[in-house]
Design a protein around this ligand. Structure first.
Ligand code: 5GP
Ligand code: MN
Ligand code: MN
Length: 324
């Protein structure tokens, strides 16, 4: 699954002194765990390292990962010409405001998303990797840097959040499980990681989730489930957190469902859409999201569309109808 990491990348990391590690907007567990484990790797090699993320920090699974992420990269830092390492993201628009701030700096990408433009000077992209943290584990091994218990926790956490805790792993991916077994041998407790991933939520968030399930609708003869979140919800519920994997897995558990769409009214003319496809479904939601300007993976994707929620819903229902 993992090709050798190119010597240009290994040399650039080995011989550069200062780095900025960056991840995607609205970071998830894999993104922040990747940023932190990349920072620790570089620190162990004696480098100067900064971490940046444009936010918003709006996902419940990252509660345990709050750390010293710069919201911006200032001109003084840029003038020292640090090397930028982008993790869990391979298109510049997913970096938010940071994209502009790093233009002109040498950039290395470590990611498992296949969509996105040719961005970055050096790219190590493994679409078959279940998480970016598993790619970073390979980088630790390639550079001969020891993986401490704390790093192992981070590498496992990214694996856990991106696989829905061991669910989204395909056949013939024994290598992934053997890598995870090594992390458990270093001292990671999957039991504790599971609590970290699913715990820490507020009652208001769980009630919001209940409302979204209550509001869900079946379309296209039961093959599509949709749910929606409106601006007015914020008066009654805590809606600042993105709905977790729980909403999608509940709706995907309904017999015959192939695709789940979640629409969130961000403002009158901005709508966020989350996509999920069932395992047997032939629909590639990553490609579908890409056709609307977003991206992701075959089974999980997303996009933000600068249009009213009613209009976005209509367009997407039509597009999914054509695919099913
Ligand atoms: P989530 O539903 O967890 O926000 O996103 C699922 C997957 O879709 C993420 O892993 C990410 O790859 C992708 N994704 C979500 N939102 C966007 C977006 O606005 N643009 C792109 N390119 N990908 C997205
Ligand atoms: Mn991510
Ligand atoms: Mn990821």
């Amino acid at each position: 699954t993992y090709p050798a990491i190119g010597t240009e990348i290994i040399n650039l990391i080995t011989y550069s002194k200062e780095f900025i590690v960056v991840g995607h907007v609205s970071p998830d567990g894999d993104c922040l765990s990747s940023e932190i484990s990349m920072k620790e790797l570089l620190l162990k090699m004696g480098k100067t390292v900064h971490m940046a993320n444009a936010g918003p920090f709006d996902r419940s699974e990252i509660t345990s990962l709050r750390s010293d992420f710069l919201p911006h990269i200032d001109a003084e830092l840029v003038s020292r010409k640090p090397v930028v390492i982008v993790v869990d993201c391979s298109s510049s628009d997913r970096l938010g405001t940071i994209a502009d701030e790093i233009t002109g700096l040498t950039t290395i990408i470590f990611d498992h998303h296949s969509s996105g433009e040719q961005f970055g000077d050096f790219r190590y992209i493994v679409p078959n990797s279940v998480s970016t943290t598993m790619i970073i584990m390979k980088l630790y091994q390639a550079l001969g840097v020891e993986i401490s218990k704390e790093i192992a926790d981070h590498l496992f956490f990214g694996f856990a959040t991106d696989t829905g805790f061991f669910r989204f792993i395909n056949a013939h991916r024994g290598e992934t499980l053997r890598m995870v077994a090594d992390l458990v041998d270093i001292g990671v407790s999957p039991n504790m990681m599971s609590d970290k991933m699913t715990g820490g939520k507020s009652l208001g968030y769980v009630k919001y989730l209940g409302k979204l399930i209550d509001r869900s609708e079946s379309h296209i003869g039961g093959k599509l489930m949709i749910s929606s979140s409106y601006l007015s919800d914020s008066k009654e519920y805590i809606t600042t957190d993105k709905p977790s994997d729980t909403l999608y897995s509940m709706l995907l558990s309904i017999k015959g469902v192939q695709v789940v769409l979640f629409f969130k009214e961000v403002s009158e003319n901005v709508t966020e859409v989350g996509f999920r496809a069932s395992h047997p479904s032939k629909v590639d939601v990553g490609a579908l999201a890409e056709s609307f300007g977003g991206g992701g993976h075959k089974k999980a994707a997303g996009v933000t569309v600068p249009k009213n929620i009613a209009l976005v819903k209509e367009e997407l229902l039509k597009a999914v109808k054509n695919l099913l």
